[in-house]
Ligand binder design. Structure first.
Ligand SMILES: [Zn+2]
Length: 267
């Protein structure tokens, strides 16, 4: 009986320590939900520049907007706990929907329908607000080590569910480096894009790469695929980090041009 008392005291302290750590953050979470709720129910009519005042008449036919992209990241941190901590502090202003640890544990941090802050300043095609359109998945990895089998297995299971649930197009499963080539290089060249593409997550060049036609404009094709080519060198490097993982540089050689052609044809 005494033992039981001691155990409950021990676990009681543990639980209260934990709630103390997150107490402030829980207030922040509540505050953020209140803000979102206020925005959703906001009905003030703002006059247009021509003087007309839009009138509110509610429709009954609506639901939530769905994500259409999945952006994959590596955390570049040393542990799952460190990442979770970063994503639960207001001052960091960063988050993701899911974090997967290297032992395969999956932590969900935000409802799929809400906008996480994982992409930062990013562009893909003409989409300039990737956070609004995507689900962010962070893989606990320091950036210079292979991804574990358990982690990739959990990622595949999660992608299977999300792709089906939201009808995400196959080419819309991409890297943080793809949408922010000048700033980001995650996930690293260890990431198994080829394996994922074989399961229907993201695309991959043909096994036998065809030569691009003489007049093929590789830079225009990169733009059509989705890359922001204003910093061309960064765009080529990001493309190679994803599709030519043993040659990550900004050299637009024949192999790179032919690989761009192969990916371009799959759009
Ligand atoms: Zn990232």
């Amino acid at each position: 009986m005494k033992k039981l008392f001691l155990y409950s005291l021990f676990f009681g302290v543990l639980v209260s320590c934990k709630s103390n750590i997150y107490r402030n953050e829980s207030d922040s979470i509540r505050k953020q939900f209140r803000k979102v709720k206020k925005t959703i129910f906001h009905k003030e009519s703002v006059p247009l520049s021509n003087g007309k005042n839009p009138e509110w008449i509610n429709t009954v036919n609506f639901n939530l907007r769905k994500p259409n992209f999945i952006i994959l990241h590596h955390t570049a941190q040393d542990s799952l706990e460190q990442t979770i901590r970063t994503f639960t502090l207001s001052r960091t202003q960063v988050s993701a929907h899911y974090v997967i640890s290297d032992d395969g544990k999956v932590v969900q941090m935000l409802n799929d329908y809400l906008r996480a802050w994982h992409g930062g300043n990013a562009i893909w095609g003409k989409n300039t607000d990737i956070n609004s359109a995507s689900i962010g998945i962070e893989l606990d990895n320091n950036g210079s080590e292979p991804f574990s089998e358990e982690q990739i297995s959990s990622l595949i299971a999660l992608l299977t569910r999300l792709k089906k649930e939201y009808n995400i197009p196959t080419p819309n499963i991409i890297a943080h480096s793809d949408i922010a080539p000048s700033r980001k290089s995650d996930p690293s060249a260890f990431f198994p894009w080829k394996r994922l593409s074989e399961l229907g997550f993201g695309i991959w060049p043909d096994a036998a790469i065809e030569n691009a036609p003489e007049n093929f404009d590789a830079i225009l094709a990169l733009r059509i695929i989705g890359y922001d080519t204003r910093n061309l060198s960064a765009a080529i490097r990001a493309f190679k980090l994803h599709y030519i993982q043993n040659e990550v540089d900004d050299v637009l050689n024949e192999k790179t041009i032919n690989t761009i052609y192969s990916i371009y044809k799959k759009q």
